[in-house]
Design a protein around this ligand. Structure first.
Ligand SMILES: [Zn+2]
Length: 364
């Protein structure tokens, strides 16, 4: 989730927590529904405070996953809050089945603890007669018990085995004990997609949020399965396998017009830009088109090329590079060996390499 669409809320435990702009739609929706029900301003405010309290519980849930992941050797980028819930972006997920199980369980466990604390609070300081509670609107009287119920709902909903939701992850980690991670992910993904379709169709009748969640599951399951497939096929392979030592080359002082003429002749994702015989940067097809738009044909390559790209080493595992390129939307990277420029890695070649290896793997 791009940070420019999000508002930063802080960095608890060193993890960046931000709220996505669409969250304001949720608040607007609550206000509209409340107005439609003829509620007065103080009651509407109470509903908004309730939702904010609920999302604090959601942040704690995501922090539960995140802290468990970090303790088990993973790494967490950030947590984003969306109207449908929170999302922890793990840059590195612990892969041992037991570790993954713990990370997935940690989130719902936080909500169980919150519900338990609320229960103690209600019992000691806020005794309520359950039979007399009015569940239609949130009031000062039913606030804690409603928050308790909402936390239990979060636990129950997240435990639905719809991969990549928590329940689906627990399911996959349990399967991975008995089979390969790839096969376990495929089964979890297939089941997740069935749930997603049920959510989407059911949501059309009952709740628009379910429709959105359904699509998230559908895309999330597919995306993660693709990643695991790449990981499986590319394991034990390094950048060396596909580093390109022959490439289309231009000089920093060449014009964008010259690059445009050569563009149609090359099959690469772009050009390697040299300056006095040394590697200087990369000009992808996209950089060139954008450059032509802003600088015209007489513009210089050096003004629009990508510099400061972190070079990768020949011995870097190929999957790690693939994951970073996907995440950062990079198409070409310089490759070095013994501190010297050796060639480039082109994402397109990486895709081809994957397809070839996958095909030969299946046949062998
Ligand atoms: Zn969770």
């Amino acid at each position: 989730m791009k940070s420019r669409y999000s508002l930063s809320l802080g960095k608890p435990f060193g993890i960046k927590v931000s709220v996505h702009w669409t969250f304001s739609l949720l608040i607007a929706w609550i206000v509209l529904i409340s107005l439609g029900r003829g509620l007065a301003a103080p009651q509407i405010l109470m509903h908004i405070v309730f939702v904010l309290a609920l999302f604090v519980c959601v942040v704690l849930h995501e922090l539960g996953h995140s802290i468990a992941a970090i303790r088990l050797g993973g790494a967490v980028d950030s947590i984003t809050l969306l109207p449908i819930g929170g999302m922890a972006h793990l840059s590195k997920m612990p892969e041992r089945p037991m570790d993954e199980f713990m990370v997935s369980a940690a989130g719902p466990l936080v909500n169980v603890v919150i519900a338990g604390l609320l229960w103690i609070y209600v019992a000691l300081f806020h005794p309520v007669d359950i039979a007399a509670i009015e569940f239609e609107t949130i009031t000062a009287a039913n606030f804690p018990i409603m928050l308790l119920a909402a936390n239990l709902f979060i636990v129950a909903f997240n435990l639905i085995p719809a991969f990549p939701m928590d329940g689906g992850r627990l399911f996959r980690s349990a399967l991975s004990i008995r089979m390969s991670r790839l096969k376990a992910t495929r089964i979890a993904k297939d089941i997740g997609q069935v749930f997603a379709i049920v959510f989407i169709v059911g949501g059309l009748f009952f709740n628009p949020f379910l429709v959105v969640i359904g699509f998230f599951i559908l895309l999330g399951a597919k995306g993660e399965y693709e990643m695991i497939k790449y990981q499986d096929v590319l394991k034990d392979q390094t950048v060396r396998e596909i580093v390109k030592t022959e490439f289309a080359e231009l000089d920093v002082d060449d014009t964008l017009g010259k690059a445009a003429e050569r563009l149609v002749q090359v099959s690469d994702n772009g050009f390697v830009i040299m300056s006095e015989g040394e590697f200087a940067g990369i000009l992808t097809k996209n950089d060139l088109i954008n450059g032509l738009n802003s600088h015209g044909r007489e513009g210089k390559i050096k003004d629009v090329m990508q510099t400061g790209l972190q070079p990768i080493h020949c011995d870097t595992p190929l999957f790690d590079v693939y994951r970073d390129m996907q995440k950062n939307r990079l198409y070409m990277l310089p490759v070095i060996e013994n501190k010297e420029f050796k060639g480039i890695l082109d994402l397109e070649n990486l895709h081809e390499f994957f397809l070839i290896r996958k095909a030969t793997k299946i046949n062998s």
